[in-house]
Every structure is written in C-alpha cells, then in structure tokens.
Design a protein around this ligand. Structure first.
Ligand SMILES: [Fe+2]
Ligand SMILES: [Fe+2]
Length: 150
C-alpha cells in the first residue's frame, strides 16, 4: 500500500487530482500482487494505469503549451520514455506474464512517478501560476476529458 504524499502537490487542482488517481491505480496493482497476482487482473490494472497516465500526460502537455512553458520538449521526452516503457511492459506481460517481476515493476513505477512529480512537474508550476486564469478556464474542459477522448 502506498500513500499520497502531500509534499508532491503542485497546487494546480486538475494536475493534483490526476496524480492522486495515478497513485490509486498503482495501489490497485499492488493489491493484486499482494493477493497472489492473477495474471488477468494484473493485466487489467496495468492497462488502467497506462490509459490514465496517457490521458494525464496529454492534459499536462496541453496546459504546458497553453502557458508557454519553455521546458516542454524535455518534459515530453520524459513522458514518452514512460509511455514506451509501459508499452514494452504490456507486450512482455501479454507474451509471458510469469517472466515479469511485477513487484519490481511496481517499485520502479512508484519511484518514477514520485521523482517525475517532485522534479519535472514541479518545474512548470511557476509558469502555470503566472497563467492561473488561463489554466483555471482550461481545467474546466480538461477535467471532463478522459484518456479516450483527448
Ligand atoms: Fe504529472
Ligand atoms: Fe509530467
């Protein structure tokens, strides 16, 4: 079981809600592992985490673009590395679930998320705060978007 760390909050509501949801989805995967890991359940949990992460990255990238954040390219490369890693994980898991050390994968995902939020996401906060009125307006639309309709 992992817990949301309030120190990771960015102060941007739409982003913080996404990050908390990602932690929740990772917790769902950890629960499946703790319960003895049924491959089908684990595959669904990985897929849910991946889909939500992809949607979150799109929302974050849209907000970065909106406020003219200069570090966007580098940030998107980080997101792309995660997207590629998840794709490889899903592929490997579909071929031979037994080969995948899911606890190790979960530890990696937790570390990645914590580091990414604490360092890369934190870096855009001042720029988004400068554009807080724009962000608030855009967030109303982004909150209603899912990873499927972005
Ligand atoms: Fe993020
Ligand atoms: Fe990010």
């Amino acid at each position: 079981m992992i817990y949301w760390d309030p120190k990771l909050e960015t102060g941007i509501a739409v982003i913080d809600e996404d990050h908390k949801t990602l932690f929740g989805l990772l917790n769902a995967l950890l629960r499946i592992i703790d319960d003895g890991e049924k491959a089908d359940d684990a595959a669904l949990a990985i897929s849910a985490l991946n889909d939500y992460a992809v949607g979150h990255f799109k929302r974050e990238e849209a907000l970065m673009l909106l406020c003219g954040y200069p570090g966007q390219d580098r940030h998107e490369r980080d997101h792309n590395a995660f997207r590629q890693g998840m794709k490889s994980l899903q592929h490997l898991f579909s071929i031979n679930a037994g080969m995948v050390n899911l606890r190790g994968v979960s530890d990696f995902l937790l570390n990645w998320l914590q580091q990414h939020i604490a360092v890369s996401d934190r870096a855009y906060v001042p720029k988004m705060q400068e554009s807080s009125a724009l962000i608030a307006k855009a967030s109303e639309n982004l909150i209603s978007c899912t990873s499927f309709d972005l």
